[in-house]
Ligand binder design. Structure first.
Ligand SMILES: *[C@@H]1O[C@H](CO)[C@@H](O)[C@H](O)[C@H]1NC(C)=O
Length: 229
């Protein structure tokens, strides 16, 4: 052997002994996928329920630059709203009743990448029900299991470990709700309909029809876990 091919041979041998090079040569398996961050603004229509029982249709608007998230809960027939602001204030109001409560929840809204840290990847499952592609599945903080469409990166559903479940029936990234539609109504700020008390959160969670989530003592730390990562 002339010196040059020998050197090349040794180099190849070295490379093949290096773990990364070896994996690349053998066709390494896909690395663990990372959750797709939420778009900074979106609208989603959700079917929410508990177990097999669907309780309500919910429109969700997420607005990270605006520091706010709005749920429009269409159950049973008149809509109620839950507006959460990043400063920790939440308003729960029902226009048909001119009733409003506000609460200092003490935490802001979920970050777009709330799933990025501290989530465990559970694997890939086939599509079920109304079409779509396979789903990636993560769980976080022993609190929620999150399903993401492999092809689009959009959420498909999330399941709280209490049994409370949200099916995403439509997802519109970039959808922005008008500023005026975020404004809590005037009666939230007067004695007429407004109330600020600790029970407000309980009332809001009642709207989801999930008795397991009524205690703010358990719910708030869980939101903190989800946010803090
Ligand atoms: C948080 O922001 C909302 C919307 O601007 C406002 O109505 C509310 O009073 C604020 N809360 C605090 C504690 O500043």
């Amino acid at each position: 052997m002339t010196p040059l091919p020998l050197l090349a041979f040794l180099l190849l041998l070295l490379l093949s002994l290096h773990p990364h090079a070896a994996a690349a040569a053998a066709g390494s398996p896909d690395p663990t996928p990372t959750p797709t961050p939420w778009p900074h603004q979106f609208h989603a229509a959700l079917l929410m329920g508990h177990g097999d029982i669907l309780v309500s249709l919910v429109n969700l608007w997420y607005d990270w630059p605006g520091g706010r998230i709005l749920h429009e809960i269409r159950s049973p027939d008149t809509p109620s709203y839950d507006a959460e602001w990043n400063n920790g204030t939440s308003f729960f109001y029902t226009p048909a009743l001119r009733a409003c409560r506000s609460a200092q929840v003490g935490v802001g809204i979920l970050r777009p990448d709330w799933l990025a840290t501290g989530a465990a990847y559970l694997g890939r499952v086939p599509a079920e029900g109304y079409g779509g592609s396979d789903r990636h599945v993560w769980t976080k903080a022993d609190f929620v299991t999150y399903y993401e469409d492999v092809a689009t990166g959009h959420p498909v559903k999330w399941v709280f470990h209490t049994g409370h479940i949200s099916h995403v029936i439509s997802f519109d990234p970039g959808h922005v709700r008008k500023d005026v539609e975020w404004q809590a109504p005037a009666y939230c700020f007067t004695d007429e309909g407004g109330r600020t008390d600790k029970d407000a959160l309980v009332a809001e969670l009642d709207m989801y029809g999930d008795p397991d989530m009524r205690s703010d003592a358990t719910f708030i730390p869980n939101i903190r876990l989800l946010r803090g990562g």
